[in-house]
Each structure stands twice: as C-alpha cells, then as structure tokens.
Design a protein around this ligand. Sequence first.
Ligand SMILES: *Cc1c(COP(=O)(O)O)cnc(C)c1O
Length: 764
Amino acid sequence: MKIYISGLYCGTNPQPGVGIARSLRTAYPDATLVGVEYSNRCSGVHWQDLDDVWLQRPWEELNLDAHAAQVKKVLDAGGLWISSIDLEIMWLGSVFPDGHPNLLTPSLSALQKVSKPAITAHKGLPVKIPTFVTTEISDWDLHAFCREHDWRVWLKGPYYEAVKVRNWAELEAMRGILSSAWSTERLYLQTHVSGYEESISFCAYQGELIHAVQMRKRDLTELSKTWAGDIAEVSEEVLAPLRKIVKDLNWSGGAEIEMVRDPQNQLWLLEVNPRFPAWIHGATIAGHNMSALLVEAATGIRAVETPFISEEFTRVVLEVPVRPEFPLSPLPEPLAGRIGHSLKHPSGLVQFANRLHNLDVFNYENENETGGNGEGQNGGTPKSASLNVPESFVDDLTHFDLAQVETPSWLFLEQTAAGLFEKAVALAGELSTDDITVTNAYSIKTNPDERLIKLARQSGFLAEAISLLEVRKALDAGFNSNEIILNGPGKWWHKEKLPETPLYSVFCDSMEDLTRVCEEYNSGNLKTEILGVRLRTPNISSRFGIPIDTPDAFGKLIEAIKTLPRDTRFGVHFHMASSNVGVGQWWHLFESMLKWCSSIEALGGRTIEVLDIGGGWFPEDLQKKSGERFRQAIALVPDFLPHVRQILSEPGKAVAQPSMALAMQILEIRNSSGEAREAVVDGSIAELPMYFFYPHRILSRDRTSGKWKSLNRGKTQLLGRLCMEHDIVANNVELPEDAEVGDVLVFCDAGSYDRSMSYVFGRG
Ligand SMILES: *Cc1c(COP(=O)(O)O)cnc(C)c1O
C-alpha cells in the first residue's frame, strides 16, 4: 500500500499532512507513506512517519501538465492520494473531472457547492449562515455594511481564506491582496459571530459517509487556529442531513465543517474545507482514525484498530531531525541591510491561484451575491450603478461653473445642506413624545462654516461648542447664549471669551472640570440652565468623560454630584461615534448607559432631566428605517429615567458630511501599460484627510451628454499632488475611457472633517 499525502506545512497555521501521516502510520504500520510538497521549507517533509518525500518545483514554476501525468501514473499504479492543499484539490478536480478511485479528494462540482459564504450544500444541517455581501457592491455600501455590523467583519476569498478587517484602511488593503491572490473582485464580507468555535470533520468515499467527529476548540492560536480541543460523537440530527449531502455531492475524501456556536446555542456555518483539518490526529487520539477509515473504504484493506486514549488533545512544538537529503536553506542574503527570516507558507500558493485562474479552474458563478440568515441583510447597489449619490448633489453641482473654479476647490452643496437640516428637524419632531422632546444641536467643530451654522440656527437647532471661541462664533452667527451647549475638555481655553449671559448647558469632562465649573458657577462667572456630566463609556475605551467603571470612580462621581448647584437642571452626556464602533454596538451602549444613569440618579440624589447622546453618526445611519431604532431607544428611556424631559442629539457629520464636495482636476494620466493605472490630480489628502476612514463617492461628467456619473471600481489609483507616499486619494477606481488632463473630478461626502481638518500644504 502506497499513500501520497500532500500539504506538510507545519507553521502556526499548519496543514494536516503530518497529522494524516501519523494517523495512517498507527493504522497501517507497513504502508509506504510518501509526503508530497512543493517547497523544502515546509518543515513537515522531515517528519519521521514519511517513508519518502516527493518534492516538486514550487507552484509558480511547476509544469502542471507533466505533474498531472505523474499523478495519474501514481494513481493508476494503485497509489492513493490524500491532498491537504485547497488549491491542489481544486486543480486535481480539474485534472480528473470524473474522479479516480484512488484520488481521495472531492470533485470540482462538489467543491463549488461548498464554496463561498452561501454554501449551497448546507441544506438540512442545523446551522445558519452569517450575513454577508459580495464586495462587488460599491465601497459606499460596503462601508455601510461594516458600520451596521460593528466592524466585526471577515473578508473572505471566493473559495477559502478569511481575514478579519477592523476598519476601512484594513479592508481596502486586504481586499487588494485577496483580489490579486484570487484574481477576482468577487470576494465576500461576512459578519463575525461571537461564540465558541467548533468543527465537524467527516470522511466519505464515492458519496458514502464513512464517519464523522465533532471537535470543540479549547485553546486557540493568535490566528484562531486550534491549539487544543476535545472530540465528541456527532449527533444523529447532524449525521442524517450530512449523509444526504455527501450522497448528493458524491463526496470523496476528508472534510471539515467550521462553525461557531453562539451564546443562544445557535450554530453558524463559517466554512466547509474540502480536506481533513490540521487537528485530525486529535481525533485519532480519541479513537476515531478518520484517515484510516477513508483508506479502508477506498481499498478494502483492514486497518489496525486505533485505541481510544483521550477525548482531549493539545499541541506541542517538537524538534525533529532534518533529513540529510533536504538540508536547511542557506542563511538569507542580507538584502538592503536587512536579514529576513520568515515562517510564511513558502510554496507560492498565490502564484498558483493566478495560474489556476488563467486555466479557468475557478468558476465564479453569479448567484448568491448577498445573503445569509442573519438579521439586517444589506443588498446594496450593484457596482455598475451610473449614479450612486442623491439627486440633490447633482442639482447643486449645476450651480457651479467648474471650468472656472480654481481647483482643488470646496463646493458647498446648498440645497443638499438645507435638505439635511430639514430632515434632522423632521426626525427630531417625529421622535419627540408627549413627555420627551428631542432637540438637535449642531456640532460646530465638525464644520464651522458660517453657512452651516446659519442653517442650524434657521432650523431651530441649538449650537454645540467645544471651546469658547466656538461659542463666540455661534453668538456672531446669531445664536443666543442660552441656545449654546458647552462641552469638551478645553472649555477654559480663552476663558476671557466666556459670555456674561447664561448658556443653555454645560457638561463637565472630568472631576477636575466639575470642581472648576462649580466654582465658576458659584462665583457667578459662569451661568447655565443645565449643568451636567459627561460619562466615560465603560467597555469601549475613550479619553473623554468621567470614568464610572470602578466602584471607587463611581463613588467619587456620586459624591461630586451631590455638590452640584441646586438651581440648575441636571443632565448626563455621553458620546461615542457610532461611525467608528458600529451601529449595533452604539445602541447596546445606549441601553447600558441608561442603566448607569439610573444608578447615578438613585445614588446621587439628583433627577436626570436631560440626556445628551452626542453625535458621531454617519449621515445615513441616524435616519435608517426612518429612525426606527432611535424611536425604540427613546421608548426605553422612561423605564430607567422617568424624569428625562429632553434628549439632546448633537449631529455633526450626519448633517455636514454630504454638504460639501471637493472638485479637483486631473493633472496627468499615466498610460504605461496601455491602460491608465495611475493618474495625478491636483487635490490631495491635505483636502481629504478622512480619505483613510471612509470611502468618498466620486463623480465625473460625461463628455458627450454632460451628465454626472459615479466612478466605478477599477484598477486606477488617483495620486494626490503632494510629494508624500501616502497621498493617494483613491485606490481603485475606473477613470472614464475618454478621461483627459484637465477634467474635473468631484469628491463627494467631504463636508465634515475633510473640510474642517484640511490643512495648507505644498502651496509654497
Ligand atoms: C464632535 C462632537 C460631536 C459631533 O460629532 P460628529 O462625529 O461630527 O457627528 C457631538 N458632540 C460632541 C460633544 C463632540 O465633541
């Protein structure tokens, strides 16, 4: 008996080859086990249970046809082949479209049915699929998906591979890497499910399920790979549908179904791998020798019984002798003064993926672009939408003669801005109840443009200032002092500007600030109708507000609240940007804040009449489903804080961000490879400092029709005018085919911190 086992990588994200070899050795002491590898740097080639090692050229150099012929020869001669390399399995599927009795891997069509988040073949299993979207939707919609799911999302390759992305910059970077690795734009973004990770490994031969075991991860590596686990039998509830799935797919070989069990005991399906898992020898230790059972089924040759030793297994790191015929690689060259060692997988799988793509082995189907049975699915607009901005943007743009503006230039979208304030007012009105009034306050720092402050005033907003200079600005714009909220850690900067007349509300950012505010109030310098505290959000780290997360800190706050002047109303403020932490997390935080506030009220002896929930909302999120979640949240308030009469909402970017766009001109189009991969523009990250944090929708005008169109995703980078490496204002867009030097591009969504935090740079 001769068994070929590929996939011998043994780093911290190991392949199962060595585990398979160990298990087969106990079951078939006399079999010849041949390890197959594509690099001598996979340390598993030195594993003692391998009788021989068949070392191939790396994937990028390998003559695939010759290799295919060799494999066929081996199989025809009676050798078995157990592959542990996902890409090799796909390639073998294409080489042997009708399978081969000795090839213990699934067919290409079976692979396609277990690939991608939709995993069409999961029917019948007691699992749900976490919500996902294809990355072919617009960047704008992808960002919305991530906010909705609290930035706990995984970017997944079309077949395998998943990386966690925590912010927009990471998402863009990883998307670039995975897209080129898999030669496709068709990746997936899937929500993370918190819970315990578990797997089912099964083996099958020609559509017959042979055996299955269940494994719970008990210890994880940094990459969430198994370090220790326990093995259990699989329930009939799973086995019955699994038998049917295996039959339908005519599965041959090993497999692993990766899942998460959430705290409500629901199983979520993450991935189906078409091979044994790397922990497979852990099952053998528990008496379930899956590799041996597979070989037994394929050959009819009885295996030596595998004894049960323990249902729990763990890993250790072992030193093994290096085989003399494969000595270690020489020490690396000190390239550019650096000496690099790397335990990265060395066998060129990325290049292999590219070759397979060119061979058309990957068949990216069109179905199931969006789905999962999680809640809050997000369809999103397809990539080719010709205009993915509100009509009002375009209407506003008609008022500019862009041939005349000196670029880069800020464009104030007047109707759009007015519409945003109107909508905010309408929402506040709709949300207000008989007992609780919802009031907007415009965050001046977000964009201190007079036009926006005036709009805020005309719309009946209060003004929210974080410095006395901003208070002055609000007064100059026509606000009365008792329409201004003073907030933040720097309220005593330019103390001389403190107005003599009362402010509307002041919130203290620290215990020291609270002492100071009380002193200034008692001495008559500071006048305000409402005096309150800003609370530091527990669990989500923040530098703002008074901490409450230890009994000691909480006790101090309670004592301090008792010293607050009695002739003001008392309010509590908290602020955490939902645009950063995610919408789901924000509402969770809101509820937890209500509970904290309820304790403060009970212990501090002051009734909370005003709740200020800050800003930090992405424009679309606050209004989502007509503010339904907001409405539900307000309905909760009386249960915890029966005296609250007013909720202050402090939108900044929710109203300001869409109100301005940035026009820039193309300075140069670089056509080196026949297609424009790079273009230089006269805008830069000095005008778009938020470029790294969220996508901006970009418009260009069609030369013939004069109509504004959105730039689609493509392969062109727009390089800023600055001489700085990271001055790239768009990473993957498609310029119109007839784009020319001098054409104007309009970057939308630049009216909040892009505008207020822009800086003068590179202008001499
Ligand atoms: C900055 C700020 C806001 C506005 O935040 P946005 O992210 O612009 O919506 C609201 N309240 C306070 C206290 C702030 O500091």
